[in-house]
Design a protein. Structure first.
Length: 327
């Protein structure tokens, strides 16, 4: 009985708050002459600040049209905005900017959803040795990272030089499918200098970083190094989970004013690789056994950065030419 009363009270409080909220919205609308969507656009600059609020306002709306707006096909965005304007009785002539702003937000929202689907599809596609496109990408990766030394065969111990585990990279792609290969290739071709530098550093041991005396003192012969390709595939996993959890919205809504796309995801990967490398060196782990710890700490740090609504995780090569929405 006691329990029942408690639940009942909670329910009544919930109802009361909900009515209060609806009433408040009604009053604000009457006083300002604006609906919630208008107020959000009016009070928040474009980018994550605005789009995230529009997104949650649409999702929590009572109207079916507004609720389903977040999952329309990109081709239907313009029509949906027209319908919303009619529903909200906002005349486009008296408020021409509102339709444009809402449309920009909705393109970002549905773009992010589509990007999640596209990335998921690549992750699920296994590496296939019979597929000439896959094989070709793998060869491109070798050429980008080892331009001076030709591969002696498709199956070769040389793959270990760029951080695969064995003589056939195919097995290493299992976790992330083709997504891992796409990302590694993008990084190696679009941010070549950084990728080559990272690969070079990843092959170094601590020995080269300290004098003989220091070396004697520390008395461990562990490598600073890690396996470049394996870590790349693992950081792909990190980028993927940031995307799927929605944490990357802040960043993508800030850097992709039109629509987040695969290129933006790949650039995020480049940023994460650079930063992970820097973090790894700073953390100064004894050996690769500490990977788990360092990765978790790095993950937490990135999540924290993404809580800042003005955050954009840009690799240095795009930071200058991206049309950042609001930085
Ligand atoms: C990446 O590393 C983490 C922690 O070591 C592990 O849990 C995860 O399964 C790895 N992901 C892949 C794709 O190897």
């Amino acid at each position: 009985m006691k329990h029942f009363l408690r639940v009942l009270t909670q329910f009544l409080v919930f109802l009361y708050c909900k009515c209060l909220w609806q009433g408040l919205k009604f009053v604000v609308r009457k006083v300002t002459g604006r609906c919630e969507l208008q107020r959000i656009c009016y009070n928040n600059k474009p980018g994550a600040r605005r789009t995230l609020k529009i997104e949650s306002s649409l999702k929590c709306s009572k109207s079916e049209l507004l609720q389903s707006a977040v999952s329309v096909h990109p081709d239907a965005v313009e029509k949906t905005i027209d319908d919303i304007m009619v529903l909200k009785k906002i005349h486009p002539d008296t408020n021409p900017q509102l339709g444009i702003s809402l449309q920009a937000c909705l393109f970002q929202i549905v773009g992010y959803r589509n990007l999640v689907l596209e990335v998921e599809k690549l992750r699920r596609e296994p590496y296939d040795c019979e597929n000439p496109e896959h094989e070709d990408m793998l060869m491109q990766l070798w050429k980008a990272l080892r331009p001076e030394s030709p591969l002696t065969g498709r199956i070769s111990k040389q793959w270990c030089e760029i951080g695969f585990q064995g003589s056939d990279p195919k097995t290493d792609f299992r976790g992330m499918g083709l997504l891992g290969l796409h990302n590694l290739l993008y990084f190696s071709e679009h941010d070549k200098a950084t990728a080559l530098q990272m690969l070079h550093d990843s092959l170094q041991t601590k020995l080269s970083k300290m004098s003989k005396a220091e070396w004697e003192k520390k008395k461990f012969d562990k490598a600073i190094g890690y396996s470049f390709a394996i870590v790349g595939i693992n950081i792909t996993d990190l980028a993927y989970s940031l995307l799927v959890s929605g944490a990357l919205k802040t960043h993508l809504y800030n850097v992709a004013p039109e629509m987040p796309s695969l290129v933006h995801f790949q650039q995020t990967f480049c940023y994460l690789m650079q930063e992970f490398h820097r973090f790894w060196v700073e953390e100064d782990p004894c050996d690769i056994m500490e990977f788990n710890r360092v990765r978790n700490k790095f993950h937490k740090r990135v999540l924290k950065q993404l809580k800042n609504l003005d955050m954009a995780l840009c690799p240095h090569f795009t930071a200058s030419d991206l049309h950042l929405v609001n930085l």
